[in-house]
Design a protein around this ligand. Structure first.
Ligand code: IMP
Length: 193
């Protein structure tokens, strides 16, 4: 079985992605399995750059083909930010609720409600050999925060052609349409072909 390192310490992501990989007879190991806790600084300007910084770091450290992901939300009324700073942007508010209120207010000011989530996955399989897989989901910012599933910005994001926020959809439903699952599917198709 082919071994592959997923450069992440995020247990929820690891469990989710391990499940998908088992179906395809690919053995996925994570940073936890190798007791690696150091991570490089994610100072790229784009999702692609940050994912590549991590996958190259993991490959150079272990010699095992390695992939890493980077995701975030881009919001029209915030000039398509926070993007790569999505996690920091949310954490800078005193609560998620305060962040959601501020985002919703910005969409009301100029009635720009478009937004999208993007994931970039970088796979480093040999020294200096790298492939990028992108996934994107278009949608809009809701008029109020709704739903209790998911994480991050899910309560204020309504996918295109839906009436509910991502946080009102079950995990299974979200995984069927999400930016992350689109990018992971592309990665798997590359690996099994
Ligand atoms: P990460 O690169 O996957 O860790 O994502 C960075 C940040 O983007 C997260 O901390 C969330 O705030 C946001 N984010 C990424 N993906 C999602 C999603 O599927 N739903 C909601 N928020 C997300």
């Amino acid at each position: 079985m082919r071994q592959l390192l997923f450069f992440s310490n995020n247990n929820n992501k690891i469990i989710e992605i391990k499940k998908i990989f088992n179906k395809f007879n690919l053995e996925l190991i994570s940073l936890n399995d190798l007791n690696i806790s150091e991570e490089p600084e994610e100072n790229g300007q784009t999702f692609e750059e940050n994912a590549k910084i991590k996958s190259e770091y993991g490959f150079n450290k272990t010699g095992i083909p390695c992939f890493a992901d980077d995701s975030g939300i881009c919001i029209e009324s915030l000039n398509w930010e926070p993007g790569v700073l999505s996690k920091r942007f949310l954490n800078n508010f005193k609560s998620n609720k305060a962040c959601f209120e501020s985002v919703i207010k910005s969409t009301k000011k100029n009635s720009e409600r478009n937004a999208y989530f993007k994931t970039s996955i970088s796979l480093t399989f040999k020294e200096n050999q790298n492939v990028i897989f992108n996934g994107k989901i278009d949608g809009k910012i809701s008029e109020e925060a709704k739903g209790k599933f998911g994480f991050g910005y899910d309560p204020i994001f309504i996918p295109k052609n839906y009436k509910k926020t991502l946080a009102e959809l079950s995990t299974k439903e979200k995984n069927g349409i999400s930016h992350r699952s689109i990018a992971v599917t592309k990665l798997i198709n590359f690996l099994i072909n």
